[in-house]
Design a protein around this ligand. Sequence first.
Ligand code: HEM
Length: 466
Amino acid sequence: MALALLLAAILGLLIVKSVLLQLRNPSSPPCIGSWIPWFGAAFQFGKAPLEFIEQARSKYGPIFTVLALGKRFTFVTDEEGAEAFFTSKDLNFEQAVQQAVQNAVSVPAEDFYQNHGNLYTMMKGKMGPSNLHLFVDTLCKELHEHMGHLGTKGTGDLNDLVRHVMYPAVVNTLFGKGICPTSRSEIKEFEEHFQKYDEDFEYASQMPECFLRNWSKSKKWLLKLFEKVVSDAEKTNPSETTSKTLLQHLLDNLQGRHLAPSYGLLMLWASQANAVPIAFWTLVFILSNPSIYKKIMEDLASVFGKAGRDKIEVSGEDLKKLPFIKWCTLEAIRLRSPGAITKKVVNPIRIQNFTVPAGDMLMLSPYWLHRNPKYFPDPEMFKPDRWKEANLEKNAFLDSFVAFGGGKHQCPGRWFAIMEIQLFIVLFLYKYEFVLLDSVPKESPLHLVGTQQPMAPFRVQYKYRE
Ligand code: HEM
């Protein structure tokens, strides 16, 4: 009886707290919650977060707060909000992602804050436009090798085909050949664990590991693998800077040797999770648009001669002669960009007529910003030509393109990502021709973190060109 009373009292308190949280201070943004304590609007929100954002925006206006899982998430969906998001000193990137990093790879807060700045600067430098040429040769050889494993013809889900080629090729390029498992038999187990890890990464970064048993198993498997990966990379770490892999640079810059497997896994995830789906979508958009496909095949023929099965060697200079494929890649990134990126409000911040309180997570949706017709006319259309206007030679994107974030925390791997996808498309389309067996899938509305996943399989028949 006493226990029941105590539980009722606790529940009552939680309900009062949740009602109080929702009582709106007139200067704070409209707030979406529910009567369920702590969970708030988590159920409605979690069902289809991308759609939820758009519906909330049309109902409540460009700034609104969602209460979920005991936290306040404030979304900014217009230009003024975006400007504040990227420039305000009252917002903090590290504090927004620290807990997610701790959940995802078990790096304690103190170590995260100590290492973050250094590692970011290292990655930005090593993967910057002036160093990209150092990766092209190796990546080209690796892509050829792993495409070879697809055989001369076959049928399969295009997403799987892309993964089978991209995972091992990129891992070997960034981490060093033979360091991560890349033989056909070993890679299967690795792929299964990595896929599980990636699939639930979004939830795992927000909640305790004990709620996600399979995810936790895969995380442990991958961290164990990385103990060996790190020890092998240490043994072979050359003194010459230009001969080091990205992983070896990471080891040189990391404070706390015991954290190396965690950071290795984090780097692996960052390098694959967004780029591999975009390689898939770029192919889908190209293959399902006959005029775009035709133009690409003409471009390839003008640089390498008539497409066929031989292994072409592609250089950085060759890629520069193929701007249209780069535009296709950027257009696929625009249309399938991350559902949301986050910063923590550390001091109350004024946006439009609202004051967003300290402690809120401020959320910006590249996916929805990229659908603003003012910046991207016919926003739902795949129009690579719109990228003609971007000053890509000067490494500038189109205005309002924020798929890689913005300001001083932009994705350090962005130039590598664009190059690797462009190179993959060149080699794949040069070597294979395709018959599409399914209609083009929509993007799944389930994901907020990272680039979008397809909602259904997209099977293709492929065979070597004659
Ligand atoms: C199309 C592919 C990619 C997209 C759309 C993408 C997008 C992003 C975004 C939105 C962020 C967060 C920025 C912010 O919140 O302000 C980020 C961070 C990051 N990305 Fe990427 N990324 C891609 C590919 C890559 C690749 C290939 C690598 C590495 C090889 C990489 C490494 C990283 C790292 C290490 C961070 C964390 C930066 C930090 O802690 O400050 N990304 N990326």
